[in-house]
Design a protein around this ligand. Sequence first.
Ligand code: TXA
Ligand code: MG
Length: 310
Amino acid sequence: MNNNLANIKKSIFFLNKNDCVAIPTETVYGLAANAYSSIAVKKIYNLKKRPKNNPLIVHYSGLKQLEKDCVINKNFFILYKKFCPGPITFVLKLKKDSHISKIVTNNKRTIAVRFPKNNLTQKLLKLLKYPLAAPSANISTKISPVSKEDVREEFGNKIKFILDGGRSRIGLESTIISLVNKPKILRLGGIERAKINKVLKKNIRYVIKNKKINAPGQFKLHYSPGIPIRLNAKNSKTNEAFILIKKRKKSSINYFYLSKTKDFKQAAKNLYKILRLIKNKNYESIAVEKIPKIGFGEAINDRLKKASGK
Ligand code: TXA
Ligand code: MG
């Protein structure tokens, strides 16, 4: 515990100097910086090699701080009460007098916000006088990190400090829902669509690409292990890793199991870990067996499709 507090203080030291610190969250690790400081936020874009027109998610400890920066509405309250802190990101209207750096939002009138669940990060946010802008702590287009070691593998010694919060519990990024007009889901993730539909008592649309923000095609390749991926494969070829949703009776050295018994939650947690593991071996390509689009299966399929460049 003392060790944790010392590490939180160390994070504050670097963040107050406008430096970036990697933070643990229940979804994936984030590369965090003061969202009110353009100097700090620019460092995130440089380190990640992220296109400047791709806005960042801002992380808050609670509603009081949030209300200074954005306009909240009824749907927000309903979802906040049910799921926060947790793996859901809201796109809301930015207040005119907010202190958020224009670089964070790419000069737009909307902002993506979330309340992460990890204990250390929650404590850190409470002790800071500003919210934290934090994209996933990976080089742009690469696999998202779910542990301190993953972050180190992405950035080496280029980042000042990693706050170690152990392995991310969910292992997939947050679900993004826009509440600016009619609610719409912009990214599938840590909270299943059916759960959101149930709470809002209607079927929320899933908009595959937000053309206003993402120039068509620009962010097509994502979560990429750097080798070709074939989806819905029945078997594997020579020098190919084979990702399977559940354990097979007859195993092979190139088989990688997302879960033991077709558990989609477990599979979501293991997905990036396994992609990274395969990336670090000498396979030439990856085959993935058909994964049903049930529950988290939908988000898993989405990530694999993007990782395959489709
Ligand atoms: O789970 C997560 O959300 C993780 C952890 C670290 O919190 N963060 C994360 O950030 O996944 P990132 O930057 O990898 O993905 C953020 C996504 C991007 O696709 C970006 O285009 C979208 O959020 N986004 C940010 N601001 C937006 C806005 N105002 N409107 C629509 N989309 C926005
Ligand atoms: Mg990302």
